[in-house]
Design a protein around this ligand. Structure first.
Ligand code: NCD
Length: 289
C-alpha cells in the first residue's frame, strides 16, 4: 500500500491507522526480525519526520537505510526517479520519500513496485504529520466532529496546512485560517487571530517557510510576533480545555513565544511522540496491505 495523501484514504482507513497507532502506543509489539529493509530517502532537510520514521522502522524490527542527499549521486546530476529506482533495485521493501516537488510520485506512475510513504512533497501534502496531529487531537477530545481549530501562519507554502485543512473538514471540524496577507490563498477565507482565539479548541501554529518564499517576507519578525504570534496574553484568552499545536521546527518568539512552547496547553512534544506510533502504523500498512 502506498500513502501519498490522505485524500486517497477513506475516513475508516484513517481511523484504522489511528487505532493501530494507539495500539503501538499502548505497547503492541510486532517484530520483522530484521527481514525488512526500509529506505529513508529525504531530498529536503528534516529532523522529526526523518528520524521518527527511522525510529518507527527500528521499533518494528526493520533494518533501515538513510540516504544522505548531500553526499550522493544527485551531485553528479542523477534524478529523483533514478535514485528511487536504485533503492528499489537494492531490494528494499518500502521507501519513505520527502521531495521538493509537489506530487513527485505522479511523475513515475506504476514504475516503482514497492510501497512508498510520502514524507512530504513540496507545498503539497504531509500525510504522516496530519495523522499524528489527528491522533493528538483524538487523544485530547475523543472525536473530531464540531471541534474548532485555528491554523495560523504561512498557509500558502505549508504542506501541513494543506493536508490538515482537507482532512479536518472531512472529519467535520470547523477550520479557521489566519496569517499575514502575503501567505493567503484564495481558496480559504481568512480571519483575524484575535477574533477567534477565544472560540477555538485548538490553535495550530505554522513556521514561515522561508526556503520556499520567492522574495523575503515583507513583515518584520517583531511585527509578525505582535500580530500573529502566540504569546502568553493570547494564551490567556484561549478556552480552558483548549490546546496548542505546532508541527515544528518552531521559531521561538516569531510564531510562538519562548514561554508558550512548553506551557500546560502545549502538545508540541506529544505530537512528536505520537509521530513514531503513527509511522509504525503506516510502515506496517505499507508492508502488509
Ligand atoms: C513540517 C514540514 O516539513 O512540512 N515539519 C515537519 O515535518 N514536522 C513543517 C515545517 O517544516 O515547517
Amino acid at each position: 500500500m502506498n500513502i501519498f495523501k490522505l485524500e486517497d484514504l477513506s475516513i475508516s482507513e484513517i481511523s484504522d491507522l489511528l487505532d493501530l497507532a494507539e495500539e503501538f502506543k499502548s505497547g503492541k509489539k510486532l517484530n520483522y526480525n530484521g527481514e525488512k529493509i526500509i529506505a529513508n530517502l529525504f531530498f529536503e532537510p528534516s529532523t522529526r519526520t526523518h528520524y521518527s520514521f527511522d525510529t518507527a522502522a527500528l521499533r518494528l524490527g526493520c533494518k533501515t537505510l538513510n540516504f544522505d542527499a548531500s553526499n550522493s549521486s544527485l551531485k553528479k546530476g542523477e534524478t529523483l526517479y533514478d535514485t528511487i529506482k536504485t533503492f528499489e533495485s537494492f531490494g528494499c521493501d518500502a521507501l519513505i520519500i520527502r521531495a521538493t516537488e509537489n506530487e513527485y510520485y505522479n511523475h513515475f506512475p506504476n514504475k516503482i513496485n514497492i510501497p512508498i510513504l510520502n514524507a512530504g512533497d513540496g507545498t503539497g501534502n504531509h500525510p504522516s504529520q496530519s495523522l499524528l496531529d489527528l491522533l493528538t487531537i483524538r487523544q485530547e477530545f475523543g472525536s473530531f466532529e464540531n471541534l474548532s481549530i485555528a491554523i495560523v501562519g504561512d498557509i500558502k507554502h505549508s504542506r501541513v496546512a494543506h493536508s490538515n485543512i482537507d482532512i479536518m473538514k472531512r472529519l467535520g471540524m470547523n477550520v479557521y485560517i489566519s496569517g499575514p496577507e502575503e501567505f493567503r490563498e484564495d481558496a480559504y477565507e481568512f480571519c483575524k487571530l484575535d477574533d477567534i482565539i477565544d472560540k477555538v479548541d485548538i490553535v495550530m501554529l505554522l513556521r514561515i517557510q522561508n526556503e520556499r518564499l520567492e522574495k523575503s517576507m515583507s513583515i518584520t519578525p517583531e511585527n509578525y510576533h505582535r500580530l500573529y504570534g502566540l504569546n502568553v496574553e493570547r494564551v490567556n484568552k484561549m478556552k480552558s480545555n483548549s490546546i496548542i499545536m505546532h508541527p515544528a521546527p518552531f521559531n521561538r518568539n516569531i510564531e510562538i513565544a519562548d514561554d508558550v512552547v512548553e506551557c500546560s496547553k502545549s502538545r508540541i512534544f506529544k505530537q512528536i511522540e505520537n509521530g513514531v506510533f503513527v509511522r509504525m502504523a503506516m510502515i506496517y500498512s505499507a508492508l502488509e496491505k
